[in-house]
Ligand binder design. Structure first.
Ligand code: NDP
Length: 295
């Protein structure tokens, strides 16, 4: 294997330590950052995510407010809760765990969150601010990818970046962030012609597709940095296993650096949620923001 493996777990631990140090200074100044997480229904994967978010929030010294609502909660009750959280000065970040049950309009619900407390960065105002290069709350997963890329490369200016996937939560904001760092950005998707050829042009290749191991070594430019956002549950040799969107073994033969799954992008997502919450708290109180934890 030629590639350097980018250790997202270790990087995320450093980010969490930086967040904890900043939280301690805020607490000493009489301000405790608080994150509210709203879970509607009993989706097992969402329950695990919410539990992990609670534990991580408490670990860095922030207040964690959990709101677990029944699957049949009405839209008006959910919107009323969000209005209360928007008005609560102890809450600096609000996250509504997605996906929501089918009878709830996710766009309506997300856009009801105060943009200043929208630590997922999904509110239409934050999407617009990011798209126009203004200060915003940045979606956690792409922010984590950007931090790892900056750490590995220093400057990203002038590099060719290819993002495979154009979702609103990963692909599009990832492309905006890379553009913001002066990469030449291509966004590929399911209609892209000759995906392999497009990928082979990338100095930075970000895979956010949701298809197990579809990016193989022959699609990677020698020396490229490969960021694998995918989390896919598959069965191998009768055992459940997590794999990315990148075929790790073949890509690592060619790439200069690569993130593994698990242990790459995944741990950075929660670390960036904590970073966004502390940033939101600093902005709310007009206090200095932590360095290096925003775009
Ligand atoms: P979506 O399903 O919303 O988007 C997938 C994208 O991949 C779409 O734009 C789709 O194109 C594109 N695509 C699908 N098939 C192909 C193909 N054959 N060739 C090229 N492009 C293709 O997924 P998400 O963005 O939400 O998530 C992507 C992956 O990242 C998933 O595995 C998810 O689990 C993971 N993820 C991981 C996170 C983490 O914390 N590490 C956080 C969020 C997501 P089109 O638009 O044309 O349909």
């Amino acid at each position: 294997m030629a590639a350097t493996v980018i250790d997202g777990k270790a990087f995320a631990a450093r980010v969490r330590a930086q967040v904890a140090a900043h939280v301690a200074t805020l607490v000493a100044a009489g301000v405790k950052p608080g994150l509210a997480v709203v879970l509607v229904g009993e989706d097992p994967a969402s329950q695990v995510y919410v539990r992990n978010k609670h534990a991580s929030t408490v670990e860095v010294g922030m207040a964690s407010f959990e709101h677990r609502l029944a699957a049949d909660t009405s839209e008006s009750d959910l919107l009323a809760l969000i209005a209360r959280l928007n008005a609560d000065p102890a809450v600096h970040g609000i996250l509504v765990q997605l996906p929501l049950p089918g009878h709830l309009d996710s766009d309506l619900v997300i856009n009801a969150i105060d943009p200043a407390k929208d630590v997922d960065g999904f509110h239409i105002s934050n999407v617009g601010l990011l798209g126009t290069g203004q200060k915003s709350m940045v979606p956690c997963t792409p922010l984590g990818c950007l931090m790892m890329l900056r750490d590995h490369h220093g400057s990203l200016s002038g590099l060719n970046a290819v993002v495979v996937g154009r979702s609103n939560i990963v692909g599009k904001p990832m492309a905006q962030l890379l553009l913001g760092d002066s990469c030449t950005v291509t966004i590929a998707h399911s209609r892209t012609r000759d995906l392999a050829e497009v990928c082979r042009r990338a100095d930075i290749l970000v895979a956010a597709v949701g298809r197990p191991e579809m990016i193989t070594g022959d699609m990677v430019k020698p020396g490229a940095t490969v960021i694998d956002v995918g989390i896919n549950r598959v069965e191998r040799d009768g055992k459940a296993k997590l794999v990315g969107d990148v075929h790790f073994a073949s890509a690592a033969e060619v790439a200069g650096a690569i993130t593994p799954v698990p242990g790459g992008v995944g741990p950075m997502t929660i670390a960036c949620l904590l970073a966004n919450t502390v940033t939101a708290c600093c902005r709310a109180h007009g206090m200095p923001e932590p360095q290096g934890l925003t775009a």
